[in-house]
Structure formats: C-alpha cells, structure tokens
Design a protein around this ligand. Sequence first.
Ligand code: NG1
Length: 559
Amino acid sequence: MTSASIPASPSPWTTPHPSPPPTYSPPLSFPPPEDVVPTVTRLHDIYSSPDLAHQTARWSALVARFKALYDRPMTFVARSPGRVNLIGEHIDYSWFPVLPMATVHDVLVAVCVLPENDPSTDGRIILSNVSSSKYPTRVFNTQDFQDPFFEISTTKTDLDWSVYFLAGLKGALMFSKLCSTETSPLPTMRILVDGEIPPRAGLSASSALVCSSLLAILAATTTSSIEKSFLVNSSVISERVLGVNSGGMDQAASVFGVRDHALLVDFRPLVTAKPVRVLDTVPPLCFVLANSLVVAANRAETGPDKYNVRVVEAVLAAEILARKYGVGRLEIRDGFGGTLRGFYDRVCGKEDWTMGDREAEERAVREVVRRVQETFDKDRYSLDEVAEMLGQKTEDMVRKYMTRFPIRAKYLNLRDRSIHVIEESFRVKCFSSLLASSTHHLRTLSTSESRPYFDALGALMNASQASCANLFECSCPEVDELTQIARRYGAAGSRMTGTGWGGCTLSLVRADKVADVINGLKKEYYAVRYPDLSPSQLEQAVFAIRPGNGTVLAKITAV
Ligand code: NG1
C-alpha cells in the first residue's frame, strides 16, 4: 500500500456541506491494511473455487469487449458485490446493528484512464454497459464536474442507470475535497460496466454500482490508498442524492464483505463491520435465495410513500418518546432527527451494543416496548396529531422532517413501526450471538447438535418475517407465500431480505434439504405464477448462496 491514505470521513452520517465539517480531525496513524480497500491481481483473490470457471469466462469477455469497444485495454476494475441481509430489516436508519453478508454477485466497473498526451484525450467520460440494449451508453464532459457539488437530476420517476454512476462520481469528488485529499483533475476516461446482481430485487445492485463507481473515480484521481470506512460513508451519502434516506447497511456489507462470513454492522460511534463466521455444521448451514419477481420498492417511484415514510415514522417516534420520557435531547442522525437506538440506550442506560445478561436484555426490550405502547395507543395518526405530540406546528414538522426526502403520507403509524424496530434489533442480537458463541465453543456441530441450533436461528428469521409483514408492513403476498413454501419444504427459517414490498426471500436450510426447498419453490411458486420462465431464468430466480468477498480494486487486465 502507498504511504498516504484517504482518511475516514469525519462523522459517518453527516450530510456534506460545501464547507468542511468542524469536527473533523485527521487520523493519528495510518489504517491497518485490513481497513484499506484491497488491491488484487488474481481472480482467486476475489472468488472461491466453485465460481472461478464462470468468473474467468465473464472477466475474459469483459477484457475483450473493452478492447473492441474502445480500442485500448482496460487498466483497472473497481468491483463491489451486492448484499443479502440475514436479519435486521429496516433498523439501520434507526442506528441499530444489522447482520448482512456480501453476495458473490457483483458489479464490475472497468476503466481506462487516458493520459494527457494521448491523441484521443478529449475531456470526455464514455460510460457503457455490457447490457447495452438495456443500459445505453452515456457520454459526459469532465468540464461539467468542475464543481464537485454539481446537481444530479432525479426528477424523472424512472431513473436512468447512469445516475448511480454520477452519484459515485459526485461522492468521490465531493469527499476528496472535504477531506482535502490530493487528487488530480478528473481525467478523460473510458468505462465499461458489467453487473450480475439482479436489479430491484432487494440485493442492493444500485449501492454496488454507486460504491464501485466511487472507487473507480478515486482510483483514477488519486494514488492514495482508500479506507473502507471512507468508501462506505461517502457512498451512503452519495446515494442519498438519489432521493432515498438510506441507512448504510448495503454499502457497509458491500465494502466490508468477507467470504463465508456474515457481518455484524454497527453504525455507532463509527461504522464498523465485525465478520461472524457462518458455522460449519453437519450437515452444513446453507442459504437459499428466491426472487419473488415482484419489483422491490424503487427509490424514485416508491421511496416517497414507502421507504422514506418508514424512516420518518421511526425518527418522529424517537423524538416523541424522548420528549415524553424526558430522556434528554437525542443525538441527531444526519442532521435529520433522533433515533430509536438513541432512545433505547437512554432508557437502558447502556451505550455498547453487546449481548449482556440475556434476561436483563429481554426485560429492557419489554420496557421500551411498553413505553411505546403507552405513548402511541393507536396505529394511525394524522400529521396534525403527530405534530401535537411533538409540540410543533404541523408546517414546521413537515418542513423539518418531510421535505429533504420526498414523502407522500397523510397518516403515520408510530407504534407498530417502533415495536418492529426495537424487537428486530433484539433478534439481531440473539442471532449474532448464537452464530458467534457456537463458532467459539463448538467448531463443528454434529447433526443432533445442529438441529436445535438451526431451529433457534430459523425461529428468529420467521419472527422477523412476521414482524416485517404485520408491524412494519413491508412484505407482500408473494413474498409471504415464498417464505411459507420454503418452510413447508424443510427450511428452518425464511424471511424477506432488503427493502421488501417485493424482492427476494432468504431461507436458512440444512444442506441435505436445499434441493427439496429449491424444487418446492419451483413447483409451487414459479410454475404457478411464472410458468413461462425459461430454465435459465428459473436458475437465476432461485438458488443457494454463500457469503462473498467485499469491494476490491482489481489490477487484472488480462484473464
Ligand atoms: P435495499 O434492499 O438495498 O433497497 C434498503 C436500504 C437499506 C436498509 C434496507 C431495509 C438503501 C440504499 N438501502 O435496502 O439501508 O434500510 O432497505 O433493511 O436505501
């Protein structure tokens, strides 16, 4: 690694402002190598053996396509994976830890930087995609990005694919400036993108494109090594310019991913990801992903009446609870509002998020839920009623909480959303401590030992699904049906993963039951609802997955 490095951004979730944030102080020492986005030179460093044949063919096609398209070789590839969340849904923006993993499926952003003296250097960035009919080529002038705070137009409901690249580009320029990183001017570039993450399936394809684009631009403009936390924080904030008040789980999973490990991602006081090994049991523990093929909530279309509304419900609930119980001012997330985690910590008098005495932890959860129920005695409040509980005028509340990110809602449900968030956070705690404790004490579980272990993990996943469906109302009938079928065919647990309102389910399955579960889903869901799917479409809709590696910069130019 080079000696200089881009420091972690000042406060992880503050929205950037043209002037540098006041709290920033540079790191005292350079980050350890594992905190820096790795540079790799071999596909083995990214993928495991079962994926190598496919990836070798894919990368070699990418190399050839790049050369054919631009008449010059690619010089590096920024690679970011997608994300599957094991448990902890819709709680990242309340600052509670979550337990996702990176997928093997990824986005590759292949780049050639043209030197100043190259006759083809024309001040343009040409952005192409291997799926060119679906994602047409776009051309930009580097001149247009001289101001790193340039506007990205997101007024159209169906966002063009290139806005995710532009969000990454903007993030790279903006944060380099804020952190005074030495960068060269934006060069002439030729770029080819190859994505294998199914879009709008709740697998964070868009975050992977933002992260990899941001990394690509940093790699093109600086020789410094890049801290993972810098990449996560800047990607989260960059993606928000696209209209969704996102929490940060996707970008953290994509950047910090570790093969065969889930990640316990915490957001306080800084974003961190602790790898938790997914245990080798007998029979092994496996995950099956099934895409409902119902398009998951999409930022511009459904953000305003789904995702962004949930974020606001969680924030307002926290503010009202803090006011009612006099716990003091809550720490503000992103200049936006307090969090349920802030309220929870104040009530429980505990700052660190570890499993202490289990019974005491459960009592704390019950106490916070009791206060939620005592405060919100119905499931629907008009905006006027919420403003009154908050002690503000409705127009002030709307201006403060409902304009920065677009919202369409007349009524808010503060009670059920808060109960989901609090209880789901406890399920994450239980799930991760089960994984961690088993890994410590019993390297390999036997069949009889692993049954109760699977059942305990599965029960937490099933409870999470019920809560997402009933309290958070972010599931849908097709997703519910997939989870029921998976359980009927032997899954220990099954739940939606990601935003919801469609998208994918994740099932926890013993290895010897994987084929049964996949066949059951094919027979009872896909053959009934989507009888015209081709065999290859079906293979892409339902399959077993393993946790994959995180973001890398690949200096692989020939395969
Ligand atoms: P996906 O499924 O990638 O849209 C979204 C948020 C996450 C998290 C989950 C729900 C974005 C970019 N991602 O994920 O931060 O809140 O929903 O758990 O908004």
